[in-house]
Design a protein around this ligand. Sequence first.
Ligand code: ATP
Ligand code: MG
Length: 388
Amino acid sequence: MKEVILIKLGEIVLKGLNRKNFEDRLVKSIKHRLHKTGSFKVKNSQSIITVTPVFEDIDMDEAAECISKIFGIAAFSRACAAEKDIEAIKQTARDYLQETFLSTSSFKVEAKRSDKKFPLTSPQIAAEVGGYLSDCFPDAAVDVHNPETVVTVEIRDDAAYIHAGVIRGAGGIPVGTGGKAAVLISGGIDSPVAAYMMAKRGIELTAVHFASPPYTSERAEEKVRELLEKVSAYSGKMTMYTVPFTRLQEEIRDKCHEEYFTIIMRRFMMTIAEKIARQNDCQALITGESLGQVASQTIGAIACTDAVCHMPVFRPLIGMDKEEIIGISRKIDTFDISIQPYEDCCTVFTPKHPRTRPVLKNVIVEQNKIDFEPLIEEAVENVKITEI
Ligand code: ATP
Ligand code: MG
């Protein structure tokens, strides 16, 4: 018996003329993401994408897990296909649902008939299959009001499908339909969550990480790579650019007033990230900042940071509490990696009393004590590229 996955499209059904483009993207993502699990036929028709394994020995648990992380999918079902004949449907339902019925005390059958040529109506199909299953599994009572299990029979153009439940999908819109942006990624809790949230809105990601060896270790960079691997289960593949940041940070430490260390560093980060973003056709930057979380995330500090940016900066966590952010990081499985204690370049040379209300004019005076342009160029030229 061959199990398939039926995918219900999410918000994309609302997109009018763009719908075709969105659906094509989604089909492409599904094919791409399932590649590691095995070979599948992915077919889009009648508002449902059907994913059928080509060979019998494919791990469908793994396939379902993978599909649960693809944006643009509202819900999906693991189903079994049957010939469009009522006897075949009944028998397939019995065989396929055997295990489900071991732990089901009540059930009902619903039928949907999108192929109107099928000789029985939906209520007739439901009654036939319901009666048959009730005979086969006498321990499960029929309950049309509050059943524990809802068995669905869908008569579609290509086959009849039987399933016993709908699994919630990742929601959002297909990655790539929202353009491309560069996420500034640290090893912390916040930035992987920010990356995930923007991918959910259809953005394809490029990652930029700043490393300051020997103040930050190889292991810290490895940790970021691990975080991005977790994010890529949702966002799809991406390129990570590791920027050598030591010289700029040492210059800041040696030449600028301590109060301004962080804000100047952040301005350099944004400038470098923006250059990398442009080289990669990205149209925006993404950070994991949340208002008031630290001194560099006050309105004043953010204004000074934004003053060097020439593209939109998305900060999806800006209004969220740490607890809410942690909730998402647990869900996407980045939390345990994020809390491993490795230095980030943001935590080296931190001032004891950073300015929470920096004045842009003064920041610029301090920043200009450094001949930073060649150092920025040098940093961009020496990035390390890792494919995730
Ligand atoms: P996170 O948990 O993401 O590290 P945080 O609360 O520690 O956030 P900061 O260290 O102030 O906050 O960093 C704010 C944002 O700046 C991060 O969310 C990230 O987008 C960016 N950032 C910080 N450090 C780095 C880094 N080493 N490389 C790239 N981006 C960074
Ligand atoms: Mg950080």
